[in-house]
Write a protein that binds this ligand. Structure first.
Ligand code: 6PG
Length: 234
């Protein structure tokens, strides 16, 4: 996969959100039946989520979508740092979303990661991922300035996990729960959303396939798009 061929450049964050909302809606409408999405956390996707529940509300097939997260902060779901809370406020509470699968944040981060893995396996109805049957129809990912994605950070043992579908990341504050590469890569369609001048170096590394960056090590089974604004491309 030539990453450069996957790059779509938009003039600004609003245009990026608009373009990704269109892309997501077209993919969701083109597929019949269940549609599983892994949402990204952070701040970049907020406008996208607001658009889906706003301008795209009538087109998006809400009732057959299962909502998951690529990662979560180990905080309560009403904590301002919660990725669940951000998506809930921006989108999920504003549309008919009967099939939401929040990352559990009870007990310890390790216990929550295990509980989330059990939920994913229950949904997938198997304990092993089949490349011919992706776990997710669509995965949204952000890009950190240090090249992390989800909560897969440089130097983390979670980067080497190829059996488990989730991992607890206790080195961050707050602690995190993240999907591991096998689960994140089990996707029919994957999109990075990258905006802002602070992401320039990380985006260049992603496009160049710099394997020191966790984001650049992701090898999705399906197609990969990188939606970036001009500020991030430089
Ligand atoms: C999180 C995200 C994280 C995020 C990047 C980019 O939980 O914060 O999963 O990977 O996507 O850090 O964050 P911004 O969109 O806020 O720049």
């Amino acid at each position: 996969m030539n990453r450069r061929s996957a790059l779509v450049v938009l003039p600004d964050p609003q245009a990026l959100a608009q373009r990704v909302a269109r892309w997501m809606t077209d993919i969701a409408c083109a597929k019949k039946g269940e549609f599983a999405v892994a949402l990204s956390g952070g701040s970049t996707p907020r406008t996208l989520y607001q658009l889906l529940a706003g301008q795209f509300a009538q087109q998006f097939p809400w009732l057959r979508v299962d909502w998951f997260w690529g990662d979560e902060r180990f905080v309560s779901h009403d904590d301002p740092q919660s990725n669940y809370r951000m998506a809930q406020q921006a989108m999920l509470s504003r549309a008919p979303t009967p099939r939401i699968h929040p990352v559990p944040t009870k007990g310890t981060a390790a216990e929550s990661a295990m509980a989330y893995e059990r939920e994913l396996k229950r949904f997938y109805d198997a304990d092993h991922l089949d490349p011919a049957r992706p776990l997710f129809d669509l995965v949204l990912l952000g890009l950190g300035a240090d090249g992390h994605t989800g909560s897969l950070f440089p130097g983390s043992p979670a980067l080497e996990e190829r059996r488990r579908w989730t991992a607890a990341v206790e080195t961050q504050q707050p602690e995190r729960i993240t999907l591991t590469y096998p689960a994140l890569e089990s996707a029919a369609h994957t999109a990075f959303l990258v905006a802002g001048t602070d992401k320039r170096d990380a985006l260049r590394g992603l496009l160049d396939g710099d394997s020191t960056l966790p984001a650049a090590r992701l090898k999705p089974t399906g197609d990969l798009h990188i939606f970036a604004d001009k500020a991030a491309v430089g």
